[in-house]
Design a protein around this ligand. Structure first.
Ligand SMILES: [Zn+2]
Length: 133
C-alpha cells in the first residue's frame, strides 16, 4: 500500500491509500480521483509516504549488530573504569600502571587528546552501562 497526500484544484489537502503506484496512475488517468471536500476531479499528487517495512526492533543494520557483538566480546575481562577512563588510559600508556584492558567514559575532546598522544583507544558502538546489555 502507498499513501499519497493529494491536493485538489481548490487547494484542499487530503490523503488516500492506493494499492500501488500504478493503481494511482490508473485512477488518475481514468479521472476516478476526486477531492473528498469539494469533489473536484482536478487532483495533484503532493508527496509520497510509502509504508516502509520496519527493520529489526532497534532499527539497526546487521552490520551494526555484528560490530556490537565484536565489541562486547572484546570487553570480556576488561574493567569498567567509568569517567576515570582518560586517567587510567594515560597511566597505563605511560607505564604508571600495569597494562590491563579497560573501558569507560570520556568526553569526545578528551578522546581526541588520547589519540593524539598515541594511546590506542576505540569508541564503543553501544553504552556498556545500559541495563539491557
Ligand atoms: Zn477540493
Amino acid at each position: 500500500m502507498i499513501k499519497y497526500s493529494l491536493k485538489c484544484s481548490n487547494n484542499h489537502y487530503f490523503e488516500s491509500w492506493f494499492k500501488s503506484v500504478s493503481d494511482y496512475d490508473r485512477l488518475e488517468a481514468a479521472n476516478l480521483l476526486s477531492c473528498t471536500i469539494c469533489e473536484s476531479s482536478q487532483i495533484q499528487k503532493e508527496l509520497m509516504a510509502p509504508n516502509v517495512p520496519a527493520k529489526n526492533r532497534a532499527g539497526h543494520s546487521p552490520e551494526f549488530e555484528t560490530a556490537v557483538k565484536a565489541a562486547k566480546e572484546s570487553l570480556k575481562g576488561a574493567k569498567n573504569v567509568g569517567w576515570q577512563f582518560a586517567n587510567e588510559a594515560r597511566a597505563i600508556h605511560y607505564g604508571d600502571k600495569e597494562e590491563k584492558p579497560i573501558y569507560g567514559r570520556t568526553e569526545p575532546s578528551e578522546a581526541l587528546d588520547l589519540i593524539k598522544e598515541g594511546i590506542n583507544i576505540a569508541p564503543l558502538p553501544f553504552d556498556p552501562d545500559a541495563k539491557d546489555n
